[in-house]
Design a protein around this ligand. Structure first.
Ligand code: NAP
Length: 286
């Protein structure tokens, strides 16, 4: 039986519509959620991600401010700008678009953003909160994946979740969030031996590697839930995932497509975190 496709694009739209109403209510109370995005240099992919964030912010009514700086910006200048924004009352979320030029220390930048405005959920304090099961700003892509599973009432508790990829922004945190939901979690990565063995045991398979069609249907367990995080550009210039969709769809019970899968959820959770921050800063209970 072919899998049901989970369209993140549809879930993202309905969540953004709800957020739009929530922001209207907040604005009536004089609270305007504010997000400041810092873009350094003119990498086309980063520019296009930032544009997507701007458009989505505008749609839900989040005040989004874009600060573009040249490649030559020094680390000191960037850190002092972040410190300024940390102290600005109207700014509830600060996002520095990654990757950064080589002369700027990414970790230092992440750690300079105050955890209270770290809407990307990358600050070690927020990661620590997540790891200890506390509420916090969760990293957007992993958090979006959890929303996608929940939107289809997919049971997480007791299931074996296998994550392929262990990056700090996707693999590790998605495993932690699944663990927090009482899944049993296995991480696979470039040094894993016999990866097929683990793939074949996965009730929930999350693939975040960044290689076109890295996984096909061959080793996927019948009825598995397959979440494809990968975004790869094909020779033809279109976007495709890490999973060979057609063969995986024949084995899975649920599957996400690329595009229109996980991607739109990432920006949606960024808006969620910004609105949440605005509420916390203004003492509004959710
Ligand atoms: P990353 O930092 O490059 O991490 C890739 C991971 O894949 C690493 O942990 C690496 O293992 C693992 N890997 C590489 N080759 C492997 C192999 N042969 N077998 C098993 N594991 C292997 O990438 P990322 O930032 O996590 O992103 C992964 C993909 O998701 C990319 O395509 C990216 O564009 C996409 N992405 C999408 C969104 C979205 O919103 N849709 C958001 C973020 C990322 P090692 O750790 O051992 O090197």
């Amino acid at each position: 039986m072919a899998a049901e496709v989970i369209y993140g694009s549809e879930l993202a739209q309905s969540m953004r519509d709800e957020m739009k109403n929530e922001v209207l209510d907040l604005r009536e109370k004089g609270i305007i959620p504010g997000l400041t995005v810092i873009l350094i240099g003119d990498d086309p992919a980063s520019k296009s991600y930032v544009l997507g964030k701007q458009r989505a912010s505008e749609y839900v009514g989040v005040e989004s401010d874009l600060i573009t700086l040249p490649d030559s910006t020094s680390e000191e200048e960037l850190l002092s700008l972040i410190n300024e924004l940390n102290n600005k009352e109207e700014v509830h979320g600060i996002l520095v678009q990654l990757p950064l030029p080589a002369h700027i220390n990414e970790q230092k930048v992440i750690e300079t953003i105050t955890p209270e405005k770290d809407v990307d959920g990358f600050h070690p304090i927020n990661i620590g909160r997540m790891m200890t099961g506390k509420d916090t700003f969760f990293p957007c892509t992993p958090y979006g994946i959890i929303q996608m599973l929940k939107s289809k009432d997919i049971k997480i508790e007791g299931k074996h979740a296998v994550i392929i990829g262990r990056s700090n922004i996707v693999g590790k945190p998605v495993g932690q969030l699944l663990l927090n939901e009482n899944a049993t979690v296995t991480y696979c990565h470039s040094r894993t031996n016999d990866m097929e063995k683990y793939i074949n045991q996965a009730d929930i398979l999350i693939v975040a590697v960044g290689m076109e069609h890295f996984i096909n249907g061959d080793y996927i367990k019948d009825g598995a839930v397959v979440i494809d995080v990968g975004v790869n550009r094909t020779k033809e210039g279109t976007l495709t995932g890490d999973v060979e969709f057609e063969s995986a769809k024949e084995k899975a019970s649920f599957i996400t497509p690329v595009p229109k899968g996980v991607g739109p959820m990432t920006i949606t959770m960024l808006l969620h975190n910004t609105i949440k921050s605005a509420k916390i800063h203004n003492g509004v209970n959710s």
